[in-house]
Structure formats: C-alpha cells, structure tokens
Design a binder for this molecule. Sequence first.
Ligand code: NAG
Ligand code: NAG
Ligand code: NAG
Ligand code: NAG
Ligand code: NAG
Ligand code: NAG
Ligand code: NAG
Ligand code: NAG
Length: 364
Amino acid sequence: MALKSRGSSRCSPGTESSCARGELGRMRAAVCSSVWLWLWLVLVLGCQRVSGGAAHRSGAQTWPVPYKRFDHRPKPDPYCQPIYPFCPKGSSNGEIPQMKDQDIIEVYRLQTPVWEFKFGDLLGHFHIMHDAIGFRSSFTGKNYTMEWYELFQLGNCTFPHLRPELETPFWCNQGAACFFEGIDDLHWKENGTLVKISEITGEIFNRMAKWVKEDNETGIYYETWTVHASGAPNATVWFESYDCSKFVLRTYQKLFEFGAVLKSPIQTNYTRLYLYSGEPMYLGNDTIFGPNGTKILAAQIRSFYFPFRPHQHVKELMESLLEIIAEVLLEKTFYLYFNFEYWLLPMKFPYIKIIYEEIPLPSK
Ligand SMILES: *[C@@H]1O[C@H](CO)[C@@H](O)[C@H](O)[C@H]1NC(C)=O
Ligand SMILES: *[C@@H]1O[C@H](CO)[C@@H](O)[C@H](O)[C@H]1NC(C)=O
Ligand SMILES: *[C@@H]1O[C@H](CO)[C@@H](O)[C@H](O)[C@H]1NC(C)=O
Ligand SMILES: *[C@@H]1O[C@H](CO)[C@@H](O)[C@H](O)[C@H]1NC(C)=O
Ligand SMILES: *[C@@H]1O[C@H](CO)[C@@H](O)[C@H](O)[C@H]1NC(C)=O
Ligand SMILES: *[C@@H]1O[C@H](CO)[C@@H](O)[C@H](O)[C@H]1NC(C)=O
Ligand SMILES: *[C@@H]1O[C@H](CO)[C@@H](O)[C@H](O)[C@H]1NC(C)=O
Ligand SMILES: *[C@@H]1O[C@H](CO)[C@@H](O)[C@H](O)[C@H]1NC(C)=O
C-alpha cells in the first residue's frame, strides 16, 4: 500500500519544532495517512444519493480502466502546499547516480507499518504498510532508498478540497518517485522488513534508473483505491490503485525483465484498500461542475466529499463521519475520481476491506 509511512515515533505532530529536520521529513504524510486511513475504515459506507445525469461514452469499456499516462508532469498548482516537503533528502532534480556497469548492487525489499499518531498500533494491526526499495553499491559501499508517495499527503490524494470560490472540487493528488542516499536500517527493520532480494549489475541498475525517470514523468497522480466486483478471487477488477506498493511492484517487474533474479526469504505481502461495487458508471470530468454540467450530480458529488474535506481537525472529521454513517447503509454509493474523471460506484457488500495479501516476486 502506498501510505507514506516513514514516520518516526520520536516525533509527534504537536512537537514538530523539537524534531530534527530529517525526522520531520520522515513524518510527512505519515501523520495524515493515519488519520485518513482510520477514516476509510468507516468511510466504507460513505454514501449519498445516486443521480441520473451520467455521461455516455461510445464503445465498450475496458476493465480495469487503464491508468492514464501523461507526456509530462505538470507543475502542481500553488494552492497545493505540503505539510512536509516532498523528498527532502533527494537531489533537487531527482538525479539517480550512474553506477559502474560492473558494479554489483544489492537490492533490498523495504516495508514498514504506517502507525504513528493518535491511532497507535491500530494501523499496524491492519497491516497498513509503506513499501520501498533499497540499493547498495559494492564498489562504493553507498546505499540508497527509492520510494513513491504523495506530494501533498495522503488525505489530499484521497479527497478533494471544496473551495468556496470554485464549483469544481480541487485535487492535490500528485504522487512521485523519490530517490535519496542512505537506508535508515532501524526504521525499516525494527517493525517492518529489510531483506535482500537480489543482486544486480550496475548496468541493470542504470537501465532501471532510466525507466524510473520515465515512469515518474508519465504516471503523475496517486490512486488510493482498488475496486473489485466482489471478494471472490476471480472477481472483475474495475480499478487498480496507483500507490507506493504498485511502484515497487512495477520496479521489480522491470528488474526482472532486465534479467535480475529476485528471491525473497519471506512472504511478500502488500496492503490494498479495496472497494467492492457493481459495474461502475462513468460520470464525466470537471465539466460536470461547469455551466453546461449537471447541476444535481455536481451537488451530489460535492456533498459526498464534503465530510472528507482535507482541512478539518481530527475531531471534526470524526463527527462528520458519524453523521454520514447513518446514511451509509441506506444509499450505497461512492464517487471515485480516477484519471481526473468521476465514476459512480454502486457499492456492494462487503463495501471496503483492507487486505494484506501476497504478491510473489516475478519469477517467470
Ligand atoms: C492538503 O493540501 C492543503 C492545501 O495545499 C494543505 O494545506 C494541507 O496541509 C494538506 N492536507 C493534508 C491532510 O495533507
Ligand atoms: C519525480 O518527480 C518529482 C516531482 O516532479 C520530483 O520531485 C522527483 O525528484 C522525481 N523523482 C525522480 C527519481 O526523478
Ligand atoms: C546503509 O548505509 C548506512 C550508512 O553507512 C548504514 O548505517 C546502513 O547499515 C546501510 N544499510 C544497508 C541496508 O546497507
Ligand atoms: C516500533 O514499534 C514500537 C511499538 O509500537 C514503537 O514504540 C517503535 O517506535 C517502533 N519503531 C520504529 C522505528 O518505528
Ligand atoms: C469464479 O469462480 C467461481 C468458483 O471459484 C465460479 O463459480 C465462477 O463462475 C467464477 N466466475 C467468473 C466470472 O469466472
Ligand atoms: C471533459 O469531458 C468533455 C466532455 O466529454 C470533453 O469534451 C473534454 O475534452 C474533457 N476535458 C478533459 C480535460 O479531458
Ligand atoms: C455550453 O454549451 C453552449 C451551447 O452548446 C456552448 O456554446 C458553450 O461554449 C458551452 N460552454 C462551456 C463552458 O462549455
Ligand atoms: C500474506 O498473504 C497471504 C496470501 O495472500 C496470506 O495467507 C497471509 O496470511 C498474509 N500474511 C500476513 C502476515 O497477513
């Protein structure tokens, strides 16, 4: 799962000033993640009235809906301001150092629970994990961490801002790759995993680095949810998430294609946040909210997201949640934002699940 977790238990949100810079960087989204995750457990149910006004698209829909790639990454809107800076230890241009072709690079699977902040061990209990990859050059002895996460914290990737001056919900949902020197062994090892899964040549590493650059430029936004038709193993997949673990899995696949042999001494499980729904209905993009949009639908989407607007305090959030839970069981609807477009999900039992499931390393 993609929750940015590299939190340090030594820092708490109220004591930012007493935290070393590095620690702050690590807390980043972690703190918010926890809150939002907690919400999701309940959100499950988040429902509002369903409306007509669905847009129509010609041709049969492909499932899962392919994640849209862009030809470049746009500059984030200045409205989006991170609480914690993105990738504080990385170089300003995201440079990945060139390795000598003959170098032997050890590859590590890194995973740690997201469990800081108020809800304590709860998130650890649910196996809400953050994933990353570590590298160590035999020639230089230097090691590196590579991960992918939200630029503006998870809450902002999962729910939009409803700005009074704008009809259109406003999303700060970019996610990106971060590469930096160093591996904080303790952080990963103590409550998570740090295991060697491969040794690759410098040449393979350099090819991977080139791919990471492209992937980072073209895959620009974070998607929290995986949406399936049911809990059955062969259920139709409507939408795939796009998060930290997906990045790690894509990278493993690339390394494998480049000739790496990957092997883990332990089971490789990842966190997924599942929604369960009947066939999703395409609603349209931001034009829903424009002068030629569908007023009722626009109002419904806004009211669906209203309780989850990112600026609230935890207490307020909990209150809004309680308010909507009652409605939840009545109207089984979720408005999903994917590829910068809205979809209506007719939610089905069991509505939502957090699953820590095995996805083996690529091997054939
Ligand atoms: C979301 O984005 C807003 C606006 O940039 C920012 O002020 C806020 O800190 C972010 N909220 C969370 C929960 O990350
Ligand atoms: C990925 O893109 C982000 C946002 O532009 C940038 O900060 C980061 O350095 C890039 N990462 C890599 C590895 O290129
Ligand atoms: C990474 O380098 C740091 C600093 O040299 C060291 O403390 C740590 O043990 C190394 N970790 C790995 C996995 O190589
Ligand atoms: C590991 O978990 C324990 C128990 O929750 C916690 O006290 C400790 O700070 C965690 N360590 C790290 C490095 O996150
Ligand atoms: C899924 O598998 C079940 C049995 O495991 C089978 O009854 C069902 O027909 C399958 N559904 C699809 C869509 O393949
Ligand atoms: C939004 O949808 C409208 C109507 O389907 C389409 O004409 C327009 O190009 C779309 N805008 C974007 C930015 O994709
Ligand atoms: C709304 O529709 C009218 C008539 O079809 C068209 O002239 C106008 O440009 C549209 N406005 C927008 C913002 O799409
Ligand atoms: C890892 O995933 C497998 C299969 O998806 C599951 O049986 C196992 O319980 C999971 N491990 C943990 C620790 O949850």
